[in-house]
Design a protein around this ligand. Sequence first.
Ligand code: 5GP
Ligand code: ZN
Length: 131
Amino acid sequence: MCIFCKIAKGEIPAKILYEDEKTLAFLDISPRSKGHTLIIPKEHYETFEELPEEVAIDLIKAIKRVIKKLKSLNPDGYNILNNNGPVAGQEVPHVHFHIIPRYKGEKEEVIKLSPPVEVDLDGVLEELKNK
Ligand code: 5GP
Ligand code: ZN
């Protein structure tokens, strides 16, 4: 069983912020900022595209609730992040969203996209046409 499934089943402890029938939100054990929270479906799915639509909607609702809760930390903004696949930086193979509150004056590189690369945009569009 994966580590987030164990957290969802209460087999290992986590600092839980929010819970409903389908979703669970808990503080990240290695926070990138004060209030860094992970939101997971209680059922095991590895990546975002595997989620049934209803579960994806439940997760989005939970994300909104958690963001409301985190407002009391007075962040100046926040990132919502979802990594899929090891090449994208996914370390735990149980789909999760990061909510990372951001505070003015803190390092921007906590979570910055890498610089742009050269891509043939027309070529990409052509490859994706009618898919
Ligand atoms: P990923 O790189 O897969 O998008 O993010 C995984 C996140 O899970 C990391 O930020 C990491 O700190 C967090 N994490 C890994 N194991 C645990 C754990 O056992 N408990 C909690 N609360 N967070 C964890
Ligand atoms: Zn799992």
